[in-house]
Design a protein around this ligand. Sequence first.
Ligand code: 5AD
Ligand code: SF4
Length: 468
Amino acid sequence: MTQDIAISSASDLPAAGSTTASRKVFIKTYGCQMNVYDSGRMTDALAAEGYVATEEMEEADLVLLNTCHIREKAAEKVYSALGRLRETKKARAAEGREFMIGVAGCVAQAEGEEISRREPAVDVVIGPQTYHRLPQALKRARTGERVVDTEYALEDKFEHLPDPKKAKAGPRNVTAFLTVQEGCDKFCTFCVVPYTRGSEVSRPLAQIVGEAEKLVATGVRELTLLGQNVNAWHGVDAAGQELGLGDLLYRLAEIPGLARLRYTTSHPRDMDDRLIEAHRDLRMLMPYLHLPVQSGSDRILKAMNRRHKAAEYIALIERIRAARPDIALSGDFIVGFPGETDEDFEATLELVRKIGYAQAYSFKYSTRPGTPGADLPDQVPEDVKTERLARLQELLLQQQHEFARSLIGETIDLLLEKPGRLPGQLIGRSPWLQSVNVDAKSSQIGDIINVRITAAGPNSLFAEVAES
Ligand code: 5AD
Ligand code: SF4
């Protein structure tokens, strides 16, 4: 499962070119990093048709909502955004200007025809496995057809997409996402992903290495490998030898010019020995791991079909920490899963105290129709969920601050990603994904510099260039 990020706009996408005659597309991305990656690839596919990306919705001829279906509110947000777009479309029609609306991503996959029925202003509904067909879908829509293309395509979309020449992840073009695996066969009982993203598929080794090399050639220094279950990635090498994510990381680490590797999101059951060895051996594999546990209660873990116990998770973390002592942990938690008692919830708090997270995402259980969890008895009342979430978040936030403060005075590597607010100031990422502000006049974006952490704010760190 990919970790949730804030809603992003087209600012994460390649910048618009300068052809004034071209049509403009504005993509609004909801949900996880894979959607951010997909939005970049949709921009590539549309660029081949003469579209340029814009960050201004007002100047767009096409607005695409790349949606997330993981929790209820996300889908509702999409429907209310569509209501607003319908009004824009009416106003544009009065001016005689084209304005097309597309819905992509997991809500598109899950709701399909229902979107066109509920919001007839939508021209195209396109799923996560068919977005390489977006140009054709738009052509069909221009003839008046309401296009819904959400089947699982038999062909591999990656083979039909243009090269990610421009998929430099926008302003922060020293970092990029690269999807290596999609879908999920785990069927956690709360989760829609196996239904919206389909079953687990790994991209072939050569395709991944090829895309990674192209990205590095455009100036990318840090790659984050993406997958709903990224550590379930498997492939074969040229000699027919079976490979896992650990082997893939060793292979990518050989690419000249690439400085950092990350991957997300993993399932505890797929953290195999080779992957732990990669954490031990590869300095460029960042010491930061997002490894969701969801709950600390064995009873709830069983009901969630997580297929591991709390003690196994803790033992796994101990092994990973033994291999890479500076590793920091991040996780996902759900409170108020059906049947969760006070005792179960206390077990979650206890697990959090034992592990010590540098960062975490926590959610109230949200009933997803069609998932087994939706039919379970003993749904937890909303006020109980609210109260538990507040307690959990207080603890997680306290741990996050403790971790940040523990770095004050430490010297760390910083990958400089973008200019800061003040002249001479740059913003980079720590190995643990924290944003770090530094005065570094003689350095440039893309450099990795040695800095000393001087202060830790609630959301970012401050540093000075370390004497070498
Ligand atoms: N309700 C609440 N949270 C959920 N997640 C997934 N499905 C649900 C749901 N039905 C959370 C999990 C997952 C993260 C991305 O979203 O914690 O790891
Ligand atoms: Fe992650 Fe479970 Fe959802 Fe698969 S079913 S994506 S493992 S939460």
